[in-house]
Design a protein around this ligand. Structure first.
Ligand code: HEM
Ligand code: SF4
Ligand code: SF4
Length: 533
């Protein structure tokens, strides 16, 4: 990880930990910035449709029609106007935070380049949509912003006659030109929506909508803001004067003072330069990652689990090519694969209950094969069992809490690229005969999996809601799930201590039951060697 990113990550993790307390991991707004931006788009769209119904599209009446909805119909038109403005502002804030977060947590390079890259036109159309909306109020702010924008466009010299000429004198702005401005404000958000759709096109199973409660809470917050501080206009536009005392919307208009100071050429240079810089970040420097996942055809039965679980759409199913009696086979597109290993955790052939030279799975990571995972498990379990008291195996991932720094007498760990690489049969194996007394599964913070779906699929597999299931015979009381981010070492320490106590109590209860000839509390913990998932 680049060094400069680490303090920024720590700051974000700290902030998010604070928000985790009242909101919980799923509703934490910091983890929902992309979905919230989508939600605010819809709020702006619906409120926009309503205010357009009340809006008079002529230059002479536009201002008055907005005054009418603000003051006469404040209870609906006024609220809708404020919702429209505040939701648009909220889109800028959420998009900026979402972009910063993806950058800071290094979720924009390699296969993610496309999603990042399409974020740049999103920013352009978001700004075009917001700024063009301000023109329609046709007050003094609209006058300032419209003239500034047109002079900026004129600098390119692509229009035969300067468009800023439409604002030269009182009466020079025609209804025809004003209608053009209105069209711009309708088309820019439509194009924005289209690019937002392209933006998530390559994200497998993208999360587009925020949790319902968070969406309702955000809407309520905007309504309260609309009532407490309703959006109002400046004095009506007057092309015979130059507006001076303006209350700029800093979310959208931060570039206008730069324009006033530096002129159109410098602002074009700045806007295009920043856009190019942002767009090229995924290659500065490009991410080097291990080799892509590979399918071993004679182990693949075409079950589609890897296809369903891959968070990056890197697996496709195709008609069988080897004549075996299955309809389909999996194939990996190396250009889309992040080597997260989630497909390996999904494959029914990923079972450790095999003879060592036979541990070949349907799909595997060439640089981190499942045989190596089993060897790591064996080594860690052996080391944990050396100490007195319960032995604990912690399995973590490359992006969450550093499990190695929590090893101690009786506690050993193994790391995977993503916790989603863990096939449930490995838990069965680790807690079986000659295994550990307990196992802790950890990874990134809850709802914040670096590989997007690793935590979700792991929880579903453990709960028996998704193939491959954790077998019934696995003693659940000897398994603990504790999600913990890179800075959550204390949380993991506390979980280890509490778990150690629980395991000691379990062992004592089992020993007592054995002495009195009763049945074991933990149930059958010895897997039949060679049993498959
Ligand atoms: C209106 C503005 C935006 C909206 C509504 C939006 C929405 C989304 C959504 C819904 C996702 C999918 C999240 C998931 O399911 O994992 C996403 C992913 C992403 N977005 Fe945006 N986004 C916006 C702007 C941007 C911008 C400006 C950038 C950067 C230039 C950006 C960069 C990314 C990246 C890199 C991902 C991929 C994350 C991953 O694969 O883990 N987004 N966005
Ligand atoms: S390693 Fe990850 S990205 Fe690659 S195919 Fe498997 S699940 Fe998909
Ligand atoms: S999960 Fe394994 S068996 Fe199923 S399609 Fe993928 S590689 Fe083949």
């Amino acid at each position: 990880m680049s060094n400069f990113r680490r303090p920024l990550q720590d700051a974000f993790l700290l902030l998010e930990a604070i928000f985790d307390k009242p909101f919980g991991p799923e509703w934490n707004p910091f983890r929902q910035m992309g979905t919230l931006a989508f939600f605010f788009f819809w709020v702006a769209a619906v409120s926009g449709i309503y205010i357009y119904i009340l809006f008079d599209t002529s230059v002479a009446e536009a201002y008055q029609s907005i005054e009418y909805m603000t003051y006469e119909q404040w209870y609906l038109g006024g609220i809708m106007r404020s919702l429209h403005r505040y939701a648009s502002d909220a889109m800028v804030v959420t998009a900026a935070l979402h972009m910063s977060r993806e950058f800071i947590f290094d979720r924009y390079r390699d296969v993610r380049w496309f999603t990042w890259f399409t974020g740049v036109p999103i920013l352009w159309f978001l700004y075009t949509s917001g700024i063009s909306g301000y023109w329609l109020v046709w007050d003094q702010l609209a006058q300032y912003v419209a003239i500034g924008s047109m002079e900026w466009l004129d600098w390119l010299g692509i229009f035969g006659e300067p468009v800023a000429n439409n604002f030269l004198t009182r009466g020079s702005l025609t209804d025809r030109f004003f209608t053009l401005l209105i069209f711009m404000h309708i088309f820019a958000p439509l194009i924005l929506l289209f690019i937002m759709w392209i933006h998530v096109m390559r994200v497998a199973q993208p999360k587009i909508n925020p949790p319902r409660g968070l969406a309702l809470g955000s809407l309520l917050m905007l309504v309260v803001l609309a009532l407490v501080k309703p959006a109002v206009s400046h004095a009506p536009a007057d092309l015979g004067t130059t507006p001076t005392d303006l209350n700029l919307d800093w979310y959208y208009m931060l570039f206008y003072p730069v324009f006033d100071k530096l002129g159109p050429g410098a602002l074009w240079g700045l806007a295009i330069g920043i856009s190019f810089l942002i767009a090229s970040l995924p290659w500065l420097p490009p991410l080097r990652r291990p080799k892509a996942a590979m399918v071993t055809l004679d182990q693949c039965n075409g079950c589609t689990r890897c296809f369903n679980d891959c968070p990056f759409g890197a697996v496709t199913m195709q008609p069988r090519t080897d004549g075996r009696p299955y309809e389909q086979e999996a194939i990996v597109n190396p250009k889309l694969c992040t080597s997260c290993g989630i497909c390996v955790g999904a494959c029914p052939t990923s079972t450790p209950f095999r003879h060592s030279d036979m541990l070949v799975t349907g799909i595997d990571l060439p640089d981190f094969p499942l045989a190596k995972v089993r060897a790591k498990f064996n080594k860690a379990i052996e080391s944990a069992r050396q100490a007195e008291g319960p032995s604990i195996l912690i399995v973590g991932c490359d992006h969450g809490v550093d499990t190695r720094s929590h090893e101690s007498a009786g506690v050993a760990s193994a790391k995977l690229p993503c916790i989603g690489m863990l096939p449930p049969s490995f838990i069965d194996y680790a807690l079986g005969r000659d295994g550990a007394d307990g196992m802790i599964v950890t990874g990134c913070r809850d709802c914040d999996c670096f590989s997007r779906l690793g935590i979700r699929w792991t929880e579903d597999r453990l709960a028996g809601a998704r193939d491959p299931y954790l077998r019934k015979r696995v003693p659940r009381e000897r398994l603990k799930v504790q999600w913990a981010g890179r800075t959550d070492g204390v949380t993991l320490d506390q979980a280890i201590e509490a778990f150690r106590g629980e395991l000691t109590a379990l062992d004592e209860a089992e020993a007592a039951a054995k002495e009195t000839g009763g049945t074991s509390l933990a149930g059958e913990t010895t897997p039949a060697a060679g049993g498959a998932e």
